[in-house]
Design a protein. Structure first.
Length: 130
């Protein structure tokens, strides 16, 4: 009985190691999160993320416009998350990744980095949609 229990424990452990090695989701985000799909023909808007700030920190978009947020991280993992919409794009340090974004209605929207501590350190911006 002991041998059977030990054999099962080893099998479960091997399965867990295999699953961990495969990584999380297939979305290309640095943290295994799924980056928002980019629509063909979307306007590219490049945003640099570094030292707990976005550059630019203010974006002007049009309602109904398909945009590709091209996020480049100069130092560490960052993401571009929009309040009320969720994660747009997640990128590893020193890398660039894209995520799609579209607003149906005009207004002001807040974007931020959702990595723990980054928003509190000032990694926040504003999107004005006209």
């Amino acid at each position: 009985m002991y041998k059977q229990a030990m054999g099962r424990a080893i099998a479960v452990g091997a399965l867990l190691v295999t699953l961990a090695a495969c990584g999380g989701g297939g979305g290309g985000g640095a943290g295994g999160a799924e980056n928002a799909p980019v629509k063909a023909g979307a306007r590219k808007v490049t945003v640099d993320a570094r030292n707990y700030e976005f550059d630019p920190s203010k974006l002007d978009l049009s309602a109904g416009e398909d945009v590709a947020i091209v996020l480049h991280s100069e130092d560490q993992r960052h993401d571009f998350t929009v309040e009320g919409k969720g994660l747009v794009v997640d990128v590893a340090g020193g890398k660039t990744a894209s995520g799609g974004l579209r607003f149906a209605k005009p207004g002001k929207y807040t974007f931020y980095c959702s990595i723990p501590g980054h928003r509190a350190a000032g990694m926040v911006g504003t999107i004005t949609v006209s």
